[in-house]
Design a protein around this ligand. Structure first.
Ligand code: 13P
Length: 254
């Protein structure tokens, strides 16, 4: 089964000004001009809320899509500081990252909360990128598989995945922003495990259709090997997506 690859850039809390954001996206656009990106892969930029509209305008003549990095699980009301899936949809946003390990660990988001967010994202026709991954401690304790399976099961409870409406990203926490990439083979083993869990939770045709990304210190120098793996369908890229030349090279190497 051939699944079209997806590269999702996660800018996290960067950059610090509109000018820098425009500069970055314009340089990426120039770099990608001569590559037939759309033919081979889909590309999405997951941005701080404040830049969504700005960058959406910059990308209006391109096939590239826009994503948010979070949303709240209520659609409206007295929830100071939150942004709803409905607001994102009304802005024309396509993707939303949910359950990123930084949200789980720094903002105490449980799989139960993430589950509610996935549900409201789907209701608003956003494509959630659900992140799962083990910490270094969990890896050292030998419970990686257990952690991944329970994060999947809890985050996807009562969610009707059809193979196209939810994307999964395997991001081992110890490999995020550390320069330590999980070996492509090990990453593939976990992506395979995720696919077999999806087959259990839904069915094998849905599992085969679902995009499963790898994230954690992905660079232009690692992507080729990662993309060769049977069950890795793309990447969620943090640091390397903030350097235009490096990101262009990374996409080129896909
Ligand atoms: P880095 O690519 O900087 O390790 O970040 C990975 C990540 O968390 C993407 O969501």
């Amino acid at each position: 089964m051939s699944r079209k690859k997806l590269i999702a850039a996660n800018w996290k809390l960067n950059p610090s000004s509109r000018e820098e954001a425009i500069d970055l996206i314009e340089n990426i656009k120039i770099g990608l001009k001569n590559i037939d990106v759309e033919e081979n892969i889909n590309l999405t930029f997951c941005l701080p809320f404040i830049y969504l509209e700005l960058i959406k305008n910059s990308l209006k003549d391109t096939p590239f899509k826009i994503g948010a990095q979070n949303c709240y699980f209520e659609e409206k009301g007295a929830f100071t500081g939150e942004i709803s899936a409905l607001m994102l949809k009304n802005l024309g946003i396509d993707y939303v990252i949910l359950g990123h390990s930084e949200r789980r660990s720094l903002f105490n988001e449980s799989s139960e909360i993430i589950n509610k967010k996935i549900s409201v994202a789907l209701k608003n026709n956003l494509l959630p990128i659900l992140c799962v991954g083990e910490t270094l401690k969990e890896k050292e304790m030998g419970i990686t598989e257990e952690i991944i399976l329970s994060q999947l099961e809890e985050s996807l409870a009562y969610i009707n995945c059809n193979g196209e409406n939810v994307i999964i990203a395997y991001e081992p926490v110890w490999a995020i922003g550390t320069g330590k990439t999980c070996s492509s083979e090990d990453a593939n083993t976990i992506c395979k495990l995720i696919r077999s869990k999806l087959a259990d939770l839904y069915n094998s045709s849905i599992a085969e259709k679902t995009l499963i990304l790898y994230g954690g210190s992905v660079k232009s120098s690692t992507i080729k090997e990662q993309m060769k793996q049977t069950d890795i369908d793309g990447a969620l890229v943090g640091g390397a997506s903030l350097i235009a030349d490096e990101f262009v090279q990374l996409v080129n190497n896909c």
